[in-house]
Design a protein around this ligand. Structure first.
Ligand code: ARG
Ligand code: ZN
Length: 868
């Protein structure tokens, strides 16, 4: 059934307090819920999924109710037919469930390690017990009692504070814990965990003097991997106080690492549950990117405590209210902890690679969707990443100070409430009465990526006119903040520093005056809006880009200019394009040479690394009307090889210098400089290893990659060496893979890397390899990380995926996964739904049709395939 935003109705009753008693027993968990309800309607309907919970009995004020006369049960609801009006009553409901059989990983389930854990967002609570399972229903969970076997499940956790713990009187093998959460919360923020867990502990004192105990739990053999998460947590707590004055509000902060988890992590009040991939990290097992991700996800879930938990969403259509805002906050946190320019580049790369594609496909939706069949399908790049861009635009339009005032007002005004995106905008507007945000509201309802076109004109009277036009999906204008600076064409000096132009009409001209001579504009600095920027006149585009690549003071736009130059050069190498212009090559050559020459002279190693990196295939595909994935892959590889060949000696020289530089410090460091050095060196390695035309070249590349791999001091370099090696036809390849496998034994996350590196290998028979790995004893469909490591990576390998047998294979996998875990199958299917844009679209569509013909397709997968 499709649910519409416009149909929102408040509940006619309220659950005020709730007490839970959870008895965990093998293959039979009994959950008894006691609620105090007050209703203005004689009937009360609660959510509950009969396919996973079995109703035992219902009591109203202590009296047993009869099914049929007192209540009715359907597949998804329990309706009480006659409740007391306007006066509180007690409802007791008992259900049983088998978490061991819950393969969807929504509700209460058992992790691969044997621990019990929960994931309630968005609608998991109804798979746990009967309750009003919606975010605007906030109840106080005044008592949560968990009882389980003492030996198997020594650790029993839930939200809030631990009130009591002890052995059961009637059975000494069992024990219990009683938790209480003083803050009212919706069901999606409830969590409980029972398991045999180890932990690390620390503490943090807030600026107003609250001492908070911090505990992070994992399987006992993994606790040594938790220290970076703890450090990140303390940094996040400090940062939120410094930047926004926001403090933590309980005496305890618990985090649990879980290996089988559908998403990244979950912000349950006082008890975050994390996918192990986003919390475990040490130099021997995690890459620099993994470390960055741990820091940002730890930050993200912590920041939700205010933006999500203290102030939550009225209904699920408002998801971006908490997610867009919290992603923005975690991005700002990472920017402050590391390098702002580097973070901006990484975030924009991710946005373009994923969100732009979503906006261009059949699942395009505004950041606040209008309808859904399965809400889990809307935890999207649009709601999250574009949502964060919308928040960033508020900050760009209002200024940092104005934005902070608006956020403060929003949190004060709505503390303890479940609100809407309109409430957020209103708070921003009220805190900034001089700025009109009326038109800005349209970002919440407009799908698609807007296009901004520009044309500049220099006049002899010392003025420069910048004409901006916008195209949106509905033809109506949006409020787009366009950050612009001007550079003197003769000297390259910046003559007008960054200012924000508020583009509010379909076409608008902005005039700059008192200029000494002709200028070159640097437009959309720091990517001030989530749009595509294109010139109205293509004539001198490359010349202007080359100029910006050399002179722009905005690091982001310097990177961007070079990316645009690469893009046009790569497009000239597509099979469909006949001629290529030598000027494109010359511009790229110049920019590449300059970056390479100076890459060791400043400390922006990461920026240099990103400037030297070609745009990804998914980013490039975003700019094509009809995608020939193999042609695109080859065009990109050709340009990469041309650059490698042209600059081979300099690449080698810088590579060696970096090797030398890095070998000077014995201990592995994770500061921005060390990460940048490794990143840069690994980009150079990638170029050098792309030269494999002759047997001699192949040997040389294989040797280099093997040395890189063997001499690696940490996982980042190991993975770089290995991924170069796996794409080369050499006997070293299997040796290294076998060695890496041995190293991975016992560490699920490292094993995932072993699968991924092979799934991404650029070899002619990669599909066969992938299909063999699918049969490997270590492969399991039950662990989403493992499935993503192999199958998710496979769909990003153009050569393996974009062929009839590749599509067929994905279809097979989707059928198998869908029977177990619909959230996962639906996500894995997303590459197929873009079929319309592919030259091979017919074959992709056939797989979607095959799925649709299945009688038992999940709602999740149905919703996205049906858009065909
Ligand atoms: N709120 C979580 C986060 O972004 C994501 C949970 C999504 N879960 C889901 N089943 N859709 O931090
Ligand atoms: Zn979130």
């Amino acid at each position: 059934i499709e649910v519409f935003r416009k149909d929102y109705q408040p509940l006619p009753y309220k659950v005020d307090t709730i007490e839970l008693d959870i008895q965990l027993e093998p293959r039979k968990t009994t959950i008894t819920t006691q609620m105090t309800i007050i209703s203005s309607s004689p009937t009360v309907t609660l959510d509950g999924d009969r396919s996973v919970i079995e109703l035992q009995h219902v009591l109203l004020n202590g009296t047993l109710l009869q099914e049929g006369t007192d209540y009715q049960v359907t597949a998804s609801e329990l309706t009480l037919l006659q409740v007391p009006l306007h006066t509180p009553f007690q409802l007791t409901i008992q259900v049983t469930t088998i978490p061991e059989d819950n393969t969807e990983l929504s509700g209460l389930y058992q992790d691969s390690s044997g621990m019990y854990c929960t994931q309630m967002e968005a609608m998991g609570f109804r798979r746990f017990t009967y309750m009003a399972d919606r975010p605007d229903q906030m109840a106080t969970f005044s008592k949560v009692r968990i009882e389980a076997d003492k030996e198997q499940y020594p650790v029993l956790l839930s939200n809030g504070n631990l009130l009591e713990q002890g052995s059961c009187n009637d059975n000494n093998n069992r024990h219990y814990a009683i938790w209480q959460d003083p803050f009212p919360k919706p069901t999606y923020l409830f969590a409980m965990v029972a398991g045999n867990l180890g932990k690390i502990q620390d503490e943090y004192t807030t600026k107003s003097g609250r001492r908070v105990d911090l505990q992070i739990f994992a399987e006992p053999h993994q606790t040594h991997l938790l220290h970076y998460a703890m450090l990140s947590l303390k940094r996040a707590m400090q940062w939120d106080e410094d930047r926004y004055g926001l403090e933590y509000d309980l005496d305890l902060y618990n985090i649990v690492a879980v290996d089988s988890f559908n998403m990244g992590a979950m912000e349950n009040k006082g008890l975050n549950v994390f996918n192990t991939a986003y919390v475990l990290a040490d130099p021997a097992t995690a890459t620099d990117t993994d470390f960055e991700r741990v820091e940002s996800v730890i930050g993200h879930e912590y920041f939700h405590n205010w933006t999500g938990n203290r102030v939550t969403c009225r209904d699920w259509f408002q998801l971006t209210l908490k997610e867009g805002l919290t992603v923005f906050r975690d991005q700002e946190f990472s920017a402050d902890m590391n390098s702002a320019a580097v973070n901006r580049i990484e975030n924009v790369r991710a946005l373009r690679g994923r969100q732009f594609a979503e906006d261009a496909g059949p699942m395009a939706h505004p950041i606040r969707p209008e309808s859904y069949i399965s809400m889990d399908n809307f935890y999207t790049a649009t709601v999250y990443s574009k949502g964060a861009e919308v928040i960033r635009m508020y900050q760009t339009i209002l200024g940092v100070e104005g934005f902070n005032q608006g956020l403060k007002l929003y949190l004060e005004r709505h503390d303890g409430q479940a609100v809407t995106c309109d409430d957020f905008l209103q708070a921003m507007a009220d805190a900034n009465p001089d700025i009109d945000l009326t038109l800005f509201r349209r970002w919440y309802s407009t799908p698609g990526t807007p296009v901004v076109k520009y044309r500049g004109e220099w006049n002899e009277d010392g003025t420069y006119q910048l004409q901006l036009e916008q195209e949106t999906s509905d033809g109506e204008p949006l409020h787009i903040p366009v950050a612009v600076g001007l550079l003197d064409q003769a000297t390259g000096e910046e003559v007008v520093s960054t200012q924000v132009l508020n583009l509010k009409e379909s076409q608008q001209t902005f005039t700059f005056s008192d200029l000494a001579g002709p200028v070159v504009p640097s437009i959309l600095r720091t990517f001030s809006a989530p749009v595509k920027l294109v010139p109205l006149e293509k004539d001198n585009e490359s010349l202007a880009l080359a100029f910006l690549a050399a002179h722009d003071t905005d690091g982001f736009n310097r990177w961007e200019a070079v990316q645009r130059l690469y893009t046009s050069l790569i497009f000239q190498h597509l099979p469909s394009k006949e001629e290529s212009s030598s000027s494109s090559w010359n511009y790229v050559e110049q920019a590449f040479a300059r970056t390479l020459d100076t890459c060791l002279d400043n400390s922006d190693y990461s920026i240099s690394a990103y400037v030297l990196t070609l745009p990804s295939e998914s980013t490039l595909a975003e700019e094509m009307d009809m995608i020939d994935p193999i042609g695109l892959h080859q065009a990109r590889s050709t340009v990469k090889q041309q650059l490698a060949r042209r600059f081979e000696s300099v690449l080698m020289e810088k590579y060696s210098a970096l090797t030398e530089l890095l070998s000077q410090t014995k201990e592995l460091k994770f500061d921005a400089t060390s990460i940048g050095l490794r990143r840069l060196r690994n980009v150079l390695l990638d170029y050098l290893c792309s030269l494999t035309d002759t047997p001699e070249e192949r040997d040389r590349a294989a040797q280099l990659a093997m040395n890189h791999y063997q001499a690696a001091t940490g996982m980042t370099d190991q993975m770089a060496g290995l991924s170069s090696l796996v794409s080369i036809d050499t006997p070293h390849r299997q040796d290294a893979l076998d060695q890496f496998y041995q190293q991975a034994v016992g560490n699920s996350l490292v094993l995932n890397k072993w699968f991924t590196v092979q799934a991404l290998a650029n070899t002619p028979n990669s599909l066969e390899t992938i299909q063999q790995l699918y049969q490997h004893p270590d492969f399991t469909l039950k662990n989403p990380n493992r499935v993503r490591a192999l199958v998710g990576a496979f769909t990003m390998n153009a050569v393996a995926f974009h062929q009839p047998a590749g599509y067929q294979f994905l279809g097979d996998v989707l059928l198998a996964v869908d029977a177990l875990n619909p959230q996962l199958s639906s996500r894995l299917a997303s590459p197929l739904i873009q079929w319309r844009k592919y030259v091979t679209g017919k074959l992709m569509k056939e797989q979607l049709e095959r799925l649709l013909a299945q009688p038992k397709l999940s709602d999740d997968l149905y919703e996205i395939t049906d858009k065909l």
